[in-house]
Design a protein. Sequence first.
Lengths: 256, 286
Amino acid sequence: MASNESDRVVLSVRDAHISYRIGPKHSVRDMVSRRNRQLKEIKAVRGINLTVGQGDVVGIIGLNGSGKSTLLRACAGLLSLRSGEILASSRPTLLSVGGLLNQKMTGRANLKMGCMALGLAAGEVDERMADMVEFSGLGDAIDMPMFTYSTGMRSRVNFTMCTARTPEILLLDEILSGGDASFQTKAIGRVQEIREQAGAVLLVSHSLREIRRSATRVVWIDDGQLVAEGETEDIIARYETSIASAKKPGKPSASR
Amino acid sequence: MDPAAEEQSGAMPAEQTLRSVHGRPTFIEYVAFVARQRGFAWYSAVQQLRSENVKAAIGSFWFLLTPLLNIIVYWLIFGKLLDISRGAGNYITFLAIGVLVFNLLARPLPGASRLLESNITLIRSVYFPRAVLPIAFSIENMIRFLPSILVMVLFVLAGGESVRWSWLLLIPALLIAYIFMLGLSLIFARIGKMAVDVGLAVPHFIRLLLYGSGVLYLPSSFTSNSTVLGLFDANPFFEILSIVRGAFIEAQPASTGLWIGATAWAVGTLIAGLVFFWQGEPGYGE
């Protein structure tokens, strides 16, 4: 699992296990008595190892519910692990569809608030605002409340916000698939820039075309476990074969 | 937390220090991190207020109208019908200050207990110290309270008080009230996340406080039992109401003990709130 391009590791996932607990919400009784609650545990990620080097663009592929988004959230420190650890040279920035945005506020206010939440000072945001608005391509709509926006427009705001400051490690969750072709091209360009500026990108997408265009290598996840990792074309080919063959039998089971 | 040095993976020669993305910062680091995010807290508070006003044409008007209606209802029931105004001086002035300041302190509590739940999308998508949320929420409430100060002054003047230098005591008194409210919001935010039934109990708690904090009556006019009065004097809500009343009402100056008590409660609650909130920190996105 060596990373190419550079030998400087920026993100290291070690035997990560993540589970969601589903069940009745905590009540006072649970706080008082420490007995185990009747909670269903869903193991979303079951022992994943991953090493990401500087300049890597790692495409993560897998079926719905395979644990890709969960893994990204955990890498951003937003979800805790059951066991294992995730180490990074700086806190990764997660960019996902629909996150963060406040529907009642304008696109501009959202951009500003989001950038501030990500750690930019108000002055810095104001300086970059014109560039950001231009990059987003939203024009006058930027001053409309966000509930008037289409999904594509929202994802433009989201993407612009999260890439305003070049993060060292950027985690993209299906973000390039929102937005139209022209914005996608721009966004892919931005991903390349981040990569060139010594960053690393983890990219979750169902669009294999997009993965082919951006990724330097690919990780295939199924049922919370790593199936394969390696050359983009090689892994995508195996993934496609597996999907094609899974269509005929009943269950799409790649691992186990 | 601490930079975990990489030793065992010798395969990577240029590996620099990697840190766990899940560690909880030390308390000092956390407070410094929160302080760096103050711009975000202010901005989101202001934007939140602005977006509320967009929704309801007379939205900001209701911030004033609600306490005003409260004051009138309490005045009719407790002042006129039941007449518990004994010893309170001009009852409507006494009542107006009580209701308005109590609203500042207690009305945010239900919202605070739901705060983390209602911001869960934000919490799950961006990392920032979550204490920023109760802080922004408190700033929001602080700004919302500003028109109430005007209403309070009107009631004080209508009650026959004259403008005095002691009115300046309103500034430290409100500062204490704000700090106390912020501390409470931090505590209730985490409790509300830990247990939903607490959220359901909050209105009852507020009602108990309303009747047990001398909002509607002056306790010393109804009992001379020193234990009961001691309990009132130790109640931060009563203390804060008393120091605000003391600033405005000439006949009811607040004792130094009340000022010390209110200050201690406010600062203590803020520190306790920060520590308590920080301790829950890695888990707010669950």
